[in-house]
Design a protein around this ligand. Structure first.
Ligand code: AMP
Ligand code: TRP
Length: 331
């Protein structure tokens, strides 16, 4: 199993409930590789000092949520050069047309235009395919927004195998069910996904937000003007804001959103309970994060160990792919 997260911005509830929390359970059931995709972060402008600091912050957060470096393999993408090398072989497998159809590329170039976009932003999904295929992953747990990138990865693996003979395992996405964390929405703009690049920080609950900030963000969450019996119901299309709150409270307390809805008739108490459930859910993560950052070297050691383990697997797959396309073996 392999998954990845960009070590940029701040990790939020969408990342946690859509992906990270599931990884913590999965590490005991699968042979897991978790990649901090720092090379993917370079597809848009970044301050170098900030990228470096955020990469370490993100590593600490992944440890704080419960990834155990002795159980799973946690590493930085840039520490395993096989990722970029396989990416080239896959760029020579992908077509311009299929990359142009990627909605993430279209979204991210909508404002600045395609002319100015970095080439890396265009080829981003191919590097992601390399991340996955290097580890023979058959399961890739991600949020719903990554569905199209996973389809592309499968297409590239199948095309490569057909052209050059069986080389890669064809992976499948593992996406949480609707209402169970697949797509957590922005609290201020509940028709848009909660995202690291949101316009307003008010709509995004960060894993390291202090309890007061979580409470204030949840209390100010956009709902709707409906009142009376039945106003609190799970209906994402008609009531995106309320449904998102029901989903969040459900995920924090281990229940389905519709089950949660049955207990409320007003938005105020729903918000108050959602806020305190989220504060309680994040309390141990924040506590562990403080402990980890007080102990210098823990994350560095985990990443060094992870890079060694990842490299050992990735180099074998890359060798197979190089051989398949006809590159002469290194003497
Ligand atoms: P990213 O922040 O884009 O690196 O995403 C890391 C992981 O979090 C990926 O598996 C995403 O699919 C997932 N993710 C990001 N935003 C959300 C969201 N709003 N709801 C559910 N999952 C999300
Ligand atoms: N593109 C993913 C995102 O934005 C991050 C990512 C990069 C990833 N490589 C991956 C996710 C490999 C899963 C598997 O969230």
């Amino acid at each position: 199993m392999l998954s990845g997260v960009q070590p940029t911005g701040d990790i939020h509830l969408g990342n946690y409930l859509g992906a990270l929390r599931g990884w913590v359970d999965d590490q005991h059931d699968y042979d897991c590789y978790f990649c901090l995709v720092d090379l993917h972060a370079l597809t848009v402008p970044r301050d170098p000092a900030e990228l470096r600091a955020k990469s370490m912050e993100c590593a600490n957060l992944l440890l704080a949520v419960g990834l155990d470096p002795d159980v799973c393999t946690l590493f930085l993408q840039s520490h395993v050069p096989e990722h970029t090398e396989l990416s080239w072989l896959l760029e020579c497998t992908a077509s311009m047309g299929e990359l142009r159809r990627m909605t993430q590329f279209k979204d991210k170039t909508a404002r600045g235009g395609e002319e100015a976009a970095r080439v890396g932003l265009f080829t981003y999904p191919v590097l992601q395919a390399a991340d996955i295929l290097l580890y023979d992953a058959d399961r890739v747990p991600v949020g719903d927004d990554q569905r199209q990138h996973l389809e592309l990865t499968r297409d590239l693996a199948m095309r490569f195998n057909k052209r050059y003979g069986k080389t890669f395992v064809v992976p499948a996405a593992a996406i949480p069910a609707a209402g169970r964390g697949a797509r957590i929405m922005d609290l201020q703009q509940p028709t848009a996904k909660m995202s690291k690049s949101a316009e307003s920080p008010q709509g995004v609950v960060l894993l390291l937000d202090p309890p007061k900030a979580i409470e204030s963000k949840v209390k100010r969450a956009v709902t709707d003007a409906e009142t009376g019996a039945g106003a609190v119901r799970y209906d994402p299309a008609a009531k995106p804001g309320v449904s998102n709150l029901l989903e969040l409270l459900g995920l924090a307390t281990g229940r389905a959103p519709a089950e949660v809805a049955a207990e409320y008739s007003q938005y105020g108490p729903l918000k108050a309970d959602a806020a305190s459930a989220l504060v309680e859910m994040l309390r141990p993560v924040q506590q562990r994060y403080r402990e980890l950052t007080a102990e210098p070297g823990v994350a560095e050691k985990a990443l060094a160990q992870g890079a060694d383990k990842a490299h050992a697997i990735a180099s074998v797959t890359l060798h197979r792919a190089r051989d398949a396309v006809g590159l002469v073996p290194r003497p």
